[in-house]
Design a protein. Structure first.
Length: 336
């Protein structure tokens, strides 16, 4: 079965080769690799091109480079998916390393289930995190408890792989083997049918890191009953989570609040239960971010202001959000 791999790249030149080498080692190799260059710095683009040329001289893949005019993970994935020449599109983050049998395992699910539209494996890092959880110190355990209670991050040990109105996604017990139908598929290392992009796309309004664009796309597929999606522990990858190419804490806080409210309004029923869950998670974001600043002994009052204001900032721009206009977020949030 032929598939294309789409990889958006922004300031990841120091690690992209590890990702590419893991593709080269796949037992089921892709028909093509599509690199979407999100770099706005000419030097970064030139360096990336050199790395890709060296890689291709060694492995001789069908490798194409698309230039994105704007640094946006969401736009990059749309460009790559529309450009793909196969019936299946695999999205891969540039700081992800795959087990060598990753795609061969995922495609077995497509062969076995004709209703399947998407599938993903499990991140080794999640397994390792939970193996070490019992050894965490008191403060780390408190953080974990708060994240689970307020639903501000990933949810674990759930019976279903669902999407909460808080915008947190639920995982089964990652310390045991599982294969479950899922309401979401990550673009970190997910595999999709290309035909889906005839009707659906990632939100082009999302820029830079494009927080939760995968959730917007895949939960929409679930909501519209487009087909089955599977989350399995049998195929594994490792998300290295490099700091390169990410945005700073303040910008990220604003982005999370703006994009989460946009997704919540677009994809969830606006009723008392869902609103309560969403608001509780925003309170959680506020509490956890303030605790982090206190723990770091950060006395910069401007940061505390942004922690608080980022929660209400989307509300002040609600009209724009309802009109699909998120350009108000495209600004700097200076720290004095």
């Amino acid at each position: 079965m032929q598939y294309s791999i789409v990889i958006p790249v922004y300031k990841r030149n120091e690690i992209i080769l590890r990702c590419l080498n893991s593709i080269a080692c796949q037992t089921l190799k892709p028909y093509e690799i599509i690199i979407v260059d999100n770099n706005v710095d000419i030097y970064q683009s030139e360096k990336l091109n050199q790395i890709l040329n060296d890689f291709n001289e060694e492995y001789s893949f069908r490798l194409r480079i698309l230039k994105n005019l704007k640094n946006s993970g969401a736009i990059a994935r749309n460009l790559g998916a529309q450009s793909a020449k196969t019936k299946y599109v695999a999205f891969l983050d540039s700081d992800v390393v795959l087990d060598k049998n990753y795609y061969s395992i995922l495609f077995k699910y497509f062969i076995q289930n004709k209703e399947l539209i998407a599938v993903q494996g499990l991140d080794h890092s999640l397994v390792e995190f939970h193996e070490k959880l019992s050894n965490f110190n008191f403060l780390k355990k408190i953080f974990y408890f708060l994240e689970q209670f307020f639903e501000t991050s990933l949810l674990f040990n759930k019976k279903k792989a669902y999407v909460s109105p808080s915008l947190a996604v639920a995982h089964p017990n990652v310390l045991s083997e599982f294969e479950v139908f899922s309401q979401w598929i990550s673009t970190c290392a997910g595999l999709f049918k290309k035909e889906l992009f005839d009707k659906y796309s990632f939100p082009n309004q999302f820029i830079t890191y494009s927080n939760n664009e995968y959730l917007y796309f895949s939960y929409n597929l679930f909501r519209e009953n487009e087909g089955k999606m599977i989350y399995t522990s049998k195929a594994k990858y490792r998300d290295i989570q490099t700091k390169s190419g990410r945005i700073d804490m303040i910008d990220l806080m604003y982005q999370i609040q703006v994009y989460d409210l946009y997704i919540f309004i677009k994809l969830f029923k606006i009723n008392l239960k869902n609103i309560s869950i969403f608001i509780k998670s925003r309170i959680g974001h506020l509490i956890i971010n303030i605790i982090k600043l206190i723990y770091k002994k950060d006395l910069n009052l401007s940061k505390y202001f942004h922690v608080i204001f980022s929660i209400v900032y989307p509300i002040f721009n609600l009209k724009s959000i309802l009109n699909d206009d998120l350009s108000f977020y495209e600004r700097n949030f200076p720290i004095n």
